[in-house]
Design a protein around this ligand. Structure first.
Ligand code: NAP
Length: 457
């Protein structure tokens, strides 16, 4: 009646089916509050099954497939369900954005004044957290909804039972479970949830890591929703790496120089939670490069040529500079490269210079999206343009072997995949989040597997 898709039957027929289900031993019988409120006598045949052994639990539910009610309205519905005799109260609504799911987080967080188990579901991508974190809230209902593998599900945003069970370890979630996640927009493609959940599991750590599609100002998310969800650490991706900075009480000096952060760690203070922000992209890219070039000290005094002048270029540039390298830039928009070169203390080079004879660098780093899926046939340099003797590092990691890396290999040059940086930045985040050494091999294997599965689709 409220938008569910499966049963086209009159109110009386529905109650008859549900009463039969209750008598036949269904553990839970879910009926819309509105059905009961319009004809209270319908409760009698239903509740007759309460005498059965085992007695069914009656879920009184409210659905809004078109939007997200206010907190006051949610309280009103929850109260009416409790007063009507529900064993479990379920409210499902559809916040258009993650920010608009706040009333659901607020009502799920309430302990006082309620007596019955409560299942709050925010449908769609914005409500993924409700599907995973239910057991972390007071009065948590003893069940949730999931769909079978390959099945369409009964409501938007439903996860498969395997995702809930294997990836998010739903059965282990409880009020103290540390929650982590990644904020970005879009976020559906992010490999971080797979990588971090696999790492938490492999390291034997309690915790769950979720994707959060944050639209608009990310400060509102960390101020309002994150504390209610018990979030202790966040990865930050495009487009929030710069805009989140003002919401952070403390910013690591290198991240401040870069002007972008990719990691937030919650710090609990006497006046409430605050956020410490850092940038693990910079250290991960620099240490991957340093390791590939021979280990500690290998970047000292070495020339590194960076293609691009965007966020990744900034992280790589400040990262390698901190390890003693000299940086050169080449970018499509020359002024942007000039500005970055000025900030980091580097130089710009033209295409003619870098492809001319006698041009030598220790490593070439691509930080442009050229070669990234789906434009896999593009490369910032052709084979004969690559500086001889250099190591070629492509920060693009989807695909794992980009055209640039294949060309470098054909030239007999050493290569470094962007995956090293991606896993490195994630491993550093994991260590900040958990104070536990990161299981890097597991993280790398998980990301490779995810990329291989995507490539096969
Ligand atoms: P960004 O801030 O948008 O910067 C993109 C840069 O690439 C800019 O310098 C831009 O030049 C240049 N560019 C874009 N399209 C181009 C084209 N068609 N031809 C030539 N240059 C082009 O993006 P970002 O955050 O730096 O990310 C860039 C890439 O880095 C991503 O695609 C991703 O694959 C990679 N990345 C990897 C990791 C990792 O962990 N491995 C982490 C972060 C990023 P203009 O200045 O002229 O616009």
């Amino acid at each position: 009646m409220e938008g569910g898709r499966n049963l086209h039957a009159s109110r009386e027929q529905r109650v008859a089916y549900l009463s039969a289900a209750a008598r036949l031993g269904a553990a839970y019988v879910d009926i819309e509050l509105s059905t009961l409120e319009e004809n209270r006598l319908l409760r009698n045949p239903l509740f007759a099954a309460r005498g059965e052994k085992p007695a069914p639990a009656f879920v009184f539910s409210y659905h809004d497939f078109g939007g997200m009610p206010s907190l006051a309205f949610l309280r009103e519905i929850r109260g009416r369900c409790e007063r009507m005799g529900a064993d479990v109260v379920k409210i499902a609504a559809t916040p258009p954005t993650l920010g608009e799911s706040l009333p659901m987080a607020q009502i799920m967080s309430e302990r006082d004044g309620w007596t019955r188990p409560f299942l709050g579901i925010a449908m769609g991508e914005a409500g993924l957290w409700t599907r995973v974190l239910g057991p972390a809230f007071p009065h948590a209902a003893p069940f949730t909804f999931a769909r079978g593998e390959g099945a369409p599900g009964t409501a938007p945003g439903q996860l498969t039972w395997r995702e809930l069970d294997a990836r998010y370890r739903y059965r282990e979630i409880k009020p103290e479970t540390p929650v982590f996640g990644v904020i970005g927009n879009p976020i559906g493609h992010s490999l971080s949830p797979r990588m971090h959940n696999a790492a938490l599991k492999a390291a034997g750590r309690e915790g769950v890591y979720l994707p959060f599609k944050v639209e608009g100002d990310p400060a509102a998310f960390v101020r309002d929703l994150a504390p209610l969800l018990g979030i202790r650490g966040l990865s930050v991706t495009i487009p929030h790496k710069e805009t989140i900075i003002p919401a952070c009480a403390e910013v690591d000096p290198l991240a401040r120089q870069i002007g972008a952060v990719n990691t937030l760690v919650r710090r609990d203070t006497p006046t409430g939670p605050t956020w410490y922000a850092t940038n693990t992209d910079a250290r991960a890219s620099a240490s991957s490069l340093e390791a590939a070039l021979g280990g500690p000290g290998a970047l000292q005094g070495k020339k590194i040529l960076i293609f691009g002048a965007g966020g990744a270029a900034r992280a790589v540039a400040f990262g390698v500079k901190a390890l003693g390298a000299m940086v050169l830039f080449h970018n499509r928009t020359v002024e942007r490269a000039q500005k970055l070169a000025h900030e980091v203390g580097g130089q710009c080079v033209s295409k003619e210079e870098l492809t001319g004879t006698g041009f030598e660098v220790t490593a070439v780093v691509n930080t442009t999206p050229l070669g990234m899926h789906p434009d896999v046939d593009r490369s910032p340099l052709e084979k004969n343009e690559l500086p001889g003797g250099s190591l070629v590092f492509d920060t693009v990691y989807n695909p794992q072997r980009t055209k640039l890396l294949r060309l470098a290999e054909e030239r007999g040059l050493r290569t470094l995949e962007g995956l090293a940086m991606f896993v490195g930045q994630g491993a550093a985040q994991f260590e900040l989040f958990t104070n536990t050494p990161a299981p890097r091999e597991v993280m790398e294997r998980e990301v490779r597997e995810a990329l291989t599965q995507r490539a096969a689709k």
